[in-house]
Design a protein around this ligand. Sequence first.
Ligand code: IMP
Ligand code: MG
Length: 170
Amino acid sequence: MDLSEIMIPQDEIASMVTRVAEEINKDYKGEELIVVGILTGAFVFTADLVRELDMPVIVDFMQVKSYVGDKSTGTLTIKRDLSTDIKGKNVLIVEDIIDTGNTLKALKEMLLQREPKLLKICTAFDKPSRRVNDLTPDYNGITVPDEFIVGYGLDYDGAYRNLKEVRIVR
Ligand code: IMP
Ligand code: MG
């Protein structure tokens, strides 16, 4: 197993965070926002993003496990639930990367049952070529090709989450 040369450098990731935060700041001006980071991968992006948001922000985390396997829909198990009640609130799910879209589609349906005022999705990276459903992020950082990437929170078997840049696993 090898890592490629740098695919997305640190400065490009930093400008992506700034651009995405500006879009969110414009859309939620003055309104409270509950930011839901999806553990573990999104912990880095969530930490960077919330520090550039200028509305009142509540940060919470959720950890889920999606079993897709031979089932076509995929089911979702909650490993750690929110400690915040999201009913009637503006909620922004923050994810590291969207691949098939199964995880977020199931999570979105689950959180919508809790009746938030508005539920949107923000992802650092998107791999739209792998999508098996109609899920689209409301805020997308960087669109990536169909490669397995690590760094900036993303792991290979638990490793490389701490890399400042993104690299491809070969
Ligand atoms: P999905 O349900 O197929 O969209 O899976 C999304 C999850 O798979 C992400 O939250 C990541 O944990 C993981 N994942 C997908 N692609 C990659 C990748 O290229 N590198 C690291 N993790 C990935
Ligand atoms: Mg993940």
